[in-house]
Design a protein around this ligand. Structure first.
Ligand SMILES: Nc1nc2c(ncn2[C@@H]2O[C@H](COP(=O)(O)OP(=O)(O)O)[C@@H](O)[C@H]2O)c(=O)[nH]1
Ligand SMILES: [Mg+2]
Length: 251
């Protein structure tokens, strides 16, 4: 998307950007993983809260400047899944999918990673611009849990870093990773869930048709194909709501 298109789409989420250099970072994760702690530490006093447009879900936005660049941080509602059963999940999914964040940071709880990885895998199906934060690493250590972030990063195909947000540990590294990702110094190879052959063949078929549509420039065709097979109506609603200009092409 060019700058004007991005400005228009993000405005629909009440996220205003003023220059093409400004970076939009979404903070996603299960509830109580430390998202707000990270958000507050990174943005300090430069933040404000409101509601997501048309929803009673609280939206927190904040800013920080790092090495001369402005970053806008969007604290998404805490969710266990993106299958849009609640308005929280819908907000998180719609923003990750249609709000075009430049980077999505998924904050996970290092003391119960397994449960958190479900959301990580769902987000990796939508976007490859993901950084996984294994937070509460101090708690994990206290429970004698060791997280091999390097191995996890190899398996997920995206950067993984350990943080202890309450003690402000790892947050400088997080900023560097975000910057490196935005500036194209990090290549990711997201781990994608492979489904049964029957489904994969169908995905391939739908995907190749989607690839011929202009909208495939903006949205991951594999993910759309999976949602179509899933019979997910929320996807069409999202496309109509946020990408009106593109919808006639896809529907
Ligand atoms: N020990 C420890 N506590 C943390 C850490 N990060 C956040 N917390 C605490 O975990 C609780 C939930 O954090 P919060 O940021 O509100 O989580 P959110 O629901 O994801 O926004 C709060 O009491 C935080 O102080 C951390 O790295 N270590
Ligand atoms: Mg919070």
């Amino acid at each position: 998307m060019n700058f004007e298109e991005l400005v228009k789409v993000r405005k629909k989420f009440n996220v205003e950007i003023s220059s093409p250099d400004e970076v939009v970072v979404a903070l996603a994760g299960n509830p109580n993983t430390g998202k707000s702690t990270i958000f507050n530490n990174l943005t300090g006093m430069k933040q404000h809260t409101g509601n997501w447009p048309g929803k009673t879900v609280v939206q927190a936005q904040g800013e920080f400047i790092f090495e001369g660049r402005r970053y806008k941080l969007i604290d998404l509602p805490g969710t266990y899944s993106l299958f849009a059963n609640s308005s929280d999940e819908q907000v998180a999914r719609d923003f990750i999918c249609f709000g075009c964040p430049d980077v999505t940071v998924v904050v996970t709880d290092g003391t119960c990673l397994e449960r958190n990885l479900n959301l990580v895998l769902q987000i990796l199906e939508i976007t490859d611009k993901v950084i996984v934060c294994v937070n509460l690493i101090d708690e994990a250590k206290r429970k004698s849990l060791y997280v091999d972030t390097r191995r996890l990063s190899c398996e997920l195909g995206v950067p993984v870093l350990a943080t202890a947000a309450r003690a402000k540990k790892g947050l400088d590294e997080l900023k560097i990773l975000i910057k490196d990702m935005v500036e194209g110094r990090i290549k990711t190879f997201p781990c994608l869930v492979r489904y049964d052959t029957e489904i994969e063949l169908l995905v391939e078929k739908i995907q190749s048709q989607l690839m011929q549509l202009p909208v495939s420039r903006f949205i991951n065709p594999r993910w759309v194909a999976l949602r179509i097979i899933d019979g997910d109506k929320g996807l069409w609603e999202g496309i109509n709501q946020y990408w009106t200009e593109e919808s006639s092409v896809i529907l």
